[in-house]
Ligand binder design. Structure first.
Ligand code: ZN
Length: 463
């Protein structure tokens, strides 16, 4: 048990306003005594519920006499006191997703939930910050089985506070001491006495982490973290499913897309019908609608972006996405792009895509009908691909594609043979060649395990 997990007894509590970036945010201050009789004061923003905590003016604080963890997280009390838990019915069957801390959902009248980007915004993302937040908000609202809706109401000179203004704050000059040390981000929720959310502020730790639009190298993918934090802001806690976007740690671009467990969570909290996707709703300026998602031109590892056959080549295109071979009408394999997964039994590909098998083992992908001409990286010449940052891609049929001759690997799958011959020519100019099985070789599995370990090391404080 780490020191901060040791139980302490609360001997005094109060709520006071924070300092610096949290100047208007109520801070829980608890005077606690440890098992050896030593006392000290703990400060935290937000708080845990339901056991051992009470809500004071919408703020969750531990009650005097409660036994809690020294980081003020939840710990069962000896007397078993329980506050009302609005999720009891929803969480009765075992699921990986969990409700947020404190648990709450937005009342129907508060939908769409309005968020603002607190000025000065993000120096790393610059003018793209608003669009990235917009796309992250859509990601949750476009789940087909949810009534959750959110909108971005531009920028505002606001700070974090329990004031009904839902701010997204990039902290660049310091990370407040009351927030989780080292975290990539933290979302502070304020819940009223009936379990309804009334304020959610998203804090992004740009002081200790380098955020970028692509998540390449040592940077952290801003959109993925925004999608994760907005999951908290709508009432989800961390998921026990390591694949989920709401898992407490992750890496690369995988958090950009929601996985089945995230979908189950948002649909349980807000059942209903999802928002229309693009092209029915316009994408932010500078973004393109590709396969029902708004992407920036040149975006990598997303649907219709050029890819090589390597582990995580397409992790921005969702769980089960693969780097597929695009085949011309004549049956020549022309190049490789990312494609999202689908199921032949229930094909649900966006318009312009058809669900087809892409490996001999029966992996099904949404294959672009038009060779990705309208895709993430449209081009006139190969020079356009270079300009979009695809150093080795070639412009084929109006889309940047990785050359088919790229050797080795396959998003975790072997590529033992040369590019598969005998493709099934498609009547609409583009098809797909069944490739090798998706079963990963041992080396690839080891690489994945290593990558996960590294990711865990790197992101373990993410929340
Ligand atoms: Zn989290």
């Amino acid at each position: 048990m780490a020191f901060d997990d040791a139980p302490v007894t609360v001997i005094e509590t109060r709520v006071e306003l924070g300092r610096g970036a949290l100047a208007r945010e109520p801070i829980t201050v608890a005077r606690v005594r440890d098992e050896r009789g030593r006392t000290r004061e703990l400060r935290t923003v937000g708080g845990s519920t339901p056991r051992g905590f009470v809500r004071l003016a919408g703020h969750v604080v531990p009650f005097v006499g409660a036994v809690v963890r020294a980081d003020l997280l939840d710990l069962p009390t000896r007397d078993g006191v329980r506050a009302p838990a609005p999720w009891t019915d929803l969480t009765r069957d075992v699921r990986a997703w969990t409700p947020s801390t404190p648990a709450g959902t937005w009342p129907a009248a508060a939908l769409p939930v309005r968020f603002v980007l607190a000025t000065p915004g993000s120096s790393a993302l610059g003018a793209s910050a608003l669009a990235e937040i917009d796309v992250a908000l859509r990601t949750w609202a476009e789940v087909p089985c949810t009534a959750f809706r959110a909108t971005l109401a531009g920028t505002a000179a606001v700070g974090a506070a329990d004031d009904g203004t839902n701010a997204i704050v990039f902290h660049e000059s310091s990370w407040p001491a009351e927030l989780e040390p080292g975290a990539l981000g933290q979302t502070v929720l304020h819940v009223d006495g009936s379990g309804k959310l009334r304020d959610a502020d998203v804090h992004i730790n740009a002081f200790e982490h380098r955020f970028a639009l692509t998540g390449e190298g040592v940077t952290v993918d801003a959109r993925g973290v925004l999608v994760h934090e907005i999951g908290h802001a709508l009432g989800l806690g961390h998921s026990a499913s390591p694949l989920a976007t709401m898992a407490p740690s992750g890496a690369g671009l995988a958090w950009r897309t929601l996985e089945p467990d995230d979908v189950a969570g948002v649909c349980a909290l807000y059942p209903g019908a999802g928002a229309a996707r693009c092209p029915a709703t316009a994408c932010p300026d500078g973004y393109r609608c590709v396969g029902g998602a708004c992407l920036r031109p040149g975006e990598v590892r997303s649907v219709c972006s050029p890819c090589a056959r390597e582990v995580d080549a397409c992790d921005g295109a969702g769980e089960g996405a693969r780097c597929i071979d695009v085949v011309s009408a004549r049956g020549d394999m022309t190049g490789r792009v990312c494609a999202s997964a689908c199921a032949q039994a229930e094909p649900r590909c966006p318009s312009g895509f058809s669900c087809k098998p892409t490996t001999a083992a029966g992996d099904d992908q949404c294959v672009p009908d038009d060779a990705c001409r309208a895709g993430a990286s449209p081009c006139g010449t190969t020079e356009d691909c270079r300009r979009l940052g695809h150093a080795t891609a070639t412009c084929i049929d109006g889309a940047c594609m990785e050359p088919a001759a790229t050797p080795a690997g396959d998003g975790g799958a072997p590529d033992a043979s040369a590019p598969a011959p005998s493709p099934a020519p498609a009547d609409d100019g583009c098809g797909v060649a069944p490739g090798p099985s998706r079963a990963p070789p041992l080396a690839a599995l080891l690489a994945v395990a290593l990558a996960l370990t590294l990711a865990r090391t790197r992101y373990h404080r993410r929340r």
